[in-house]
Design a protein around this ligand. Structure first.
Ligand SMILES: [Zn+2]
Ligand SMILES: [Zn+2]
Length: 279
């Protein structure tokens, strides 16, 4: 039986400006300063001059911050992921996370949120929903306290998420990473002034509704991201992702919005700078 060979992924054509609003450098295998620089050199070569790398637990948050200190093109987001939310209520974790979030290279509190997918499919590998809610509320309060945006992970939990976020302080910037919800949720999120970050799945053929969400998102609230190493955009779906590939997603979003890739790139780079306070 012959297996169809996947083409080796290559970065898209360069754009003058771009930003990857949410990625995971450590999960891409970039943990040393030299490895971070390599990934960022490949990204910068196609216009991705700034990225936000995310830590999903205490150890990864430390790594994300280390990367942000090692390379000035990298900024970090720190939190405990909803699937690991139980960790937040173990000894010393909250105090340590508070310290990490106070670091000037940490530009967002996240990813936090709700994930019912794993509760349905492999409940023993994740945290129960009430613990996820408690963790989300804790991160929300922390973000408000330190004045940094809240970065949200949402997998199959739209109604509960919107209910909880309704309790967030009015002026707290909320960013929905890897936006993958139905159009009604996109409209509600836009009405509330949230930032929508589109990921590689916006390029997948069947995801017409996501492209519609990308079309209706106000220009000053739209972002693109890789969420690498997963969710690689077309034409390299299934391959290993990295920040250099965010341009494929940007080009798809530009097309549905009827703007040039250059204009979209400048828009998302400017938005990320504003949301995260990048200098
Ligand atoms: Zn996520
Ligand atoms: Zn992520």
């Amino acid at each position: 039986m012959s297996k169809r060979k996947r083409p080796t992924p290559v970065p898209p054509e360069p754009l003058p400006e771009l930003a990857d609003a949410h990625t995971h450098l450590a999960s891409c295998g970039a943990t040393t300063p030299a490895q971070v620089t390599e990934v960022m050199d490949r990204a910068a070569a196609v216009g991705v001059h700034r990225i936000c790398t995310v830590g999903d637990d205490l150890a990864e948050s430390v790594e994300a911050l280390a990367a942000a200190h090692a390379d000035d093109r990298v900024y970090a987001a720190c939190a405990v992921h909803p699937t690991r939310a139980s960790d937040l209520f173990t000894d010393g974790v909250q105090d340590r996370l508070r310290e990490l979030v106070a670091d000037p290279r940490c530009v967002a509190v996240g990813e936090t949120g709700l994930d019912t997918y794993w509760i349905t499919h492999e409940p023993e590998t994740t945290a129960p929903l009430d613990v996820q809610e408690a963790a989300l509320r804790w991160h929300m309060a922390l973000a408000a306290e330190v004045g940094k945006p809240l970065m949200i992970h949402n997998r199959e939990a739209d109604a509960d998420l919107l209910r909880i976020l309704d309790d967030a302080p009015e002026d707290l910037p909320v960013m929905l990473h890897c936006f993958s919800s139905p159009l009604a949720v996109a409209r509600e999120a836009v009405d509330r002034g949230y930032w929508l970050s589109f990921c590689g799945n916006v390029t997948f053929r069947r995801n017409e509704e996501l492209r519609e969400a990308a079309r209706l998102c106000p220009a000053d609230r739209i972002l693109v991201e890789t969420d690498a190493p997963f969710m690689t955009p077309e034409p390299f779906r299934g391959a290993r992702n990295e920040p250099a590939f965010v341009g494929y997603t940007a080009r798809c979003v530009a097309e549905v919005r009827g703007v040039t890739p250059e204009a979209l790139g400048a828009q998302v780079a400017g938005n990320a700078r504003r949301l995260y306070g990048w200098v």
